[in-house]
Design a protein around this ligand. Structure first.
Ligand code: FE2
Length: 196
């Protein structure tokens, strides 16, 4: 069951990689880095939380190191944003808002539960995933439960919102998480930018 779910994730990851290759040449560094930052904040949040609760010493150390690394990636994104965002053009601002909405759909599959807007999965994927995670949780890997994951993911997005607010970039509405903002209706998942 775990192998099958992992294969489905790999398949979707390859779809994402194809989208990435077409999207990257289209956008400025400023736009690209807002998407990167979303992924880095989310990754830092999840790895720090897993490192705190993990009972397996080797994995605990591994998660802590990955969390630290993700924090460094965040810092790289933030310093580029500090340099480039004050002069950002109007069109780039609305692209960033759209990309954050698209990033929500993609990253939810990794950090929360995969929404159908991007993820092409079997109907039993989420149910199986919950069973697999339960086994891993009992083994001491500190897999957050549904509500904790949701709260972590929401906190990561509110962090990102705080940063984008400083540069007057409208944040998209994320109704799934109870975050209000600008409505984005035309998310093109083919144009999604890499978020890791
Ligand atoms: Fe990263």
């Amino acid at each position: 069951m775990a192998k099958r779910n992992a294969d489905w994730l790999t398949y979707n990851g390859s779809r994402y990689w194809s989208g990435y290759k077409t999207a990257v040449p289209k956008y400025s560094m400023a736009v690209l880095f807002s998407s990167f930052l979303m992924g880095e904040i989310a990754a830092a949040t999840i790895f720090h939380s897993m490192a705190n609760g993990c009972e397996e010493p080797v994995f605990k150390e591994g998660f802590a190191k990955i969390g630290r690394d993700e924090g460094r990636h965040m810092a790289i994104c933030m310093s580029l944003m500090e340099r480039d965002y004050p002069g950002l053009q109007g069109e780039d601002r609305s692209t960033i808002t759209k990309q954050i909405r698209a990033g929500y759909f993609f990253l939810s599959g990794v950090l929360f539960e995969p929404p159908p807007e991007f993820w092409d999965l079997t109907p039993d994927f989420i149910e199986n995933q919950r069973k697999i995670e339960e086994v891993a949780r009992k083994a001491g890997f500190h897999i957050p439960d549904y509500e904790t994951k949701k709260q972590n993911w929401k906190n990561a997005m509110l962090n990102l919102k705080g940063i984008l607010d400083k540069y007057d970039i409208p944040f998209p509405a994320i109704p799934e998480m109870g975050i209000s903002g600008e409505e984005v209706l035309d998310v093109d998942m083919e144009d999604i930018i890499p978020v890791f």
